[in-house]
Design a protein around this ligand. Structure first.
Ligand SMILES: *Cc1c(COP(=O)(O)O)cnc(C)c1O
Length: 492
């Protein structure tokens, strides 16, 4: 790092604290803390002035690339612009200052919001009931698979422990199966990038708990045989789970519930306009058909028409139990509710129409220079591979991604899905203008030329960031997470 660490900016006596002397009587420290635990010398804390600290962290924050600073075509992640009205709503004191232990009669508005958001998500996806407890997409999958297991077990069908996933699936799908004590079984995609029906038929059996699918799948392609697939899975006694992390292609156009899916999780922090990246908070609500409703995690928000009031229902004998403390990331639900209400039904459909249009427009601009392994209309995202001649020049997808940073763009998703070698997965989203898409395509085409004419320029990119290419392996294996004062071993 060329930057000094914040602690190194300081010097003894440069304090940032302006606390007045305590003027209420307190017991001497020796009386409150056992003698053996007291320090004999003050800790060697660095002392930094408040202006230096504020400038340091503000400068670091500006190094971040976010949807509010630039185009962010990170496939599968739906990094769309999030309208600021959602933030306003989530910050309203009536929502933001609630305490999770407040009695039900004081939080009727919050319970109503949870209840109604579940209802809207049900209408959008074609499901009967939703829980908003899961805190992320993978957590929604976890909740879903526990419900599937509980359902089979409740019928005495206890041998169903296999979860079938296509080889294009998101890594969380097989990981979730393993976490739930089940076994993932992968099936190959066919030459068109879709589920191979014969391979599926061969994998289904009496041990099948569920099939997990993403539709449109992670190649940005719609599984057109989905109703045939649903029939096969159900006839084999399994359930069909939809990984709906990314619904941006089908809002208001078609519904997983109508395609034959029994459960779905959504990522509110992708499709429903909550900022994400950097670890959260997120929300991965899970929707189910009514026959699975008894298994939903407790508590469920229930409405009583008689009293016109909402309550938390914990008396649910078949429930899988709690999956999270309290009721989920409530602030994210407020944002999704605001977004859904602001956009409306017609608006939902327009979101998807524009998301699909933008992806196809960009694909059309890049096609011919970049190669598309499945070269036909895409949904909300597409997968491309590097231009001809790049491999011979020693250039790879990662080099294109790094060079894009010099042009001010966040790179697309790279090396996913795993079944496409050197994959670049681009999702422009509906919130970008044609002008932005044109400029991004221009940069991509320029990099294609640079790679052939001046390969080192691309190979050594980025040239404009404070750190060029970090050693990602060492960073993951030996992370430097803590600063220690000089004499204490320096940075460890
Ligand atoms: C993002 C994503 C997930 C995981 O969601 P998290 O909130 O990161 O746990 C699962 N499946 C697909 C298809 C995704 O795009």
């Amino acid at each position: 790092m060329t930057e000094p660490l914040i602690f190194e900016l300081g010097a003894p006596g440069r304090s940032s604290s302006f606390m007045p002397e305590c003027d209420v009587p307190v017991a001497p420290v020796e009386e409150m803390i056992p003698g053996g635990l007291l320090r004999r010398t003050p800790p060697p804390l660095p002392e930094v002035g408040e202006p230096e600290a504020a400038r340091h962290f503000t400068r670091l924050s500006a190094y971040n690339h976010g949807v509010d600073t630039g185009f962010y075509p990170l496939g599968s992640c739906t990094m769309k612009y999030n309208p600021k009205i959602n933030e306003f709503a989530a910050r309203l004191p009536g929502f933001a200052r609630l305490h999770p232990y407040q009695p039900e009669d004081q939080v009727q508005g919050a319970l109503e919001l949870i209840y109604r958001t579940g209802g809207y998500l049900g209408e959008i996806t074609g499901m009967d009931h939703f829980t908003l407890q899961p805190a992320a997409g993978a957590h929604g999958e976890f909740t879903g698979l526990l419900i599937i297991k509980a359902y089979h077990d409740s019928r005495g069908d206890t041998g169903r422990r296999k979860v079938i996933v296509p080889d294009s699936s998101h890594g969380t799908n097989p990981a979730t199966a393993a976490l739930c004590g089940m076994e993932a079984r992968q099936i190959k995609s066919n030459g068109r990038g879709l589920v191979d029906i014969d391979a599926l038929r061969g994998a289904l059996g009496e041990d099948t708990a569920a099939v997990m699918l993403t539709n449109p799948n992670t190649l940005g392609l719609f599984e057109k045989d989905i109703t045939v697939i649903a029939g096969l899975v159900h006839r084999a006694g399994g359930l069909l789970y939809c990984d709906g992390a990314n619904m941006n292609a089908i809002l208001g156009i078609t519904r997983p519930g109508d395609m034959g899916f029994d459960l779905i999780h959504l990522n509110l922090h992708k499709t429903f306009s909550t900022p994400h990246g950097g670890g959260g908070p997120g929300s991965g609500p899970l929707g189910v058909k009514s026959f699975l409703e008894p298994f939903l995690p407790t508590p469920v928000v229930a409405y009583s028409a008689e009293g016109g009031s909402y309550r938390l229902d914990c008396n649910r004998p078949l429930s899988i139990g709690r999956v999270r403390s309290f009721y989920g990331n409530f602030g994210v639900a407020v944002r999704a509710y605001t977004y859904i209400r602001a956009v409306g039904g017609e608006g939902m459909r327009e979101i998807s129409q524009n998301a699909v249009l933008n992806a196809n427009y960009l694909l059309a601009l890049l096609r011919g220079t970049y190669r598309a392994p499945f070269d036909r209309f895409c949904m909300h995202e597409f997968v491309a591979t590097p231009p001809a001649g790049f491999k011979e020049a020693g250039l790879h997808t990662v080099d294109i991604a790094k060079r894009l940073m010099d042009y001010g763009y966040h790179p697309p998703t790279v090396y996913f899905p795993l079944i496409v070698e050197e994959a670049l997965m681009v999702e422009p989203t509906e919130t970008e203008s044609r002008d932005t898409l044109d400029k991004f395509a221009e940069a991509m085409l320029k990099i294609a030329r640079e790679g052939l004419e001046e390969p080192r320029l691309v190979k050594e990119a980025p040239h404009s960031t404070p750190v060029s290419r970090p050693d990602e392996v060492t960073a993951a294996r030996k992370p430097v997470l803590r600063w220690q004062p000089a004499g204490g071993g320096g940075v460890v």
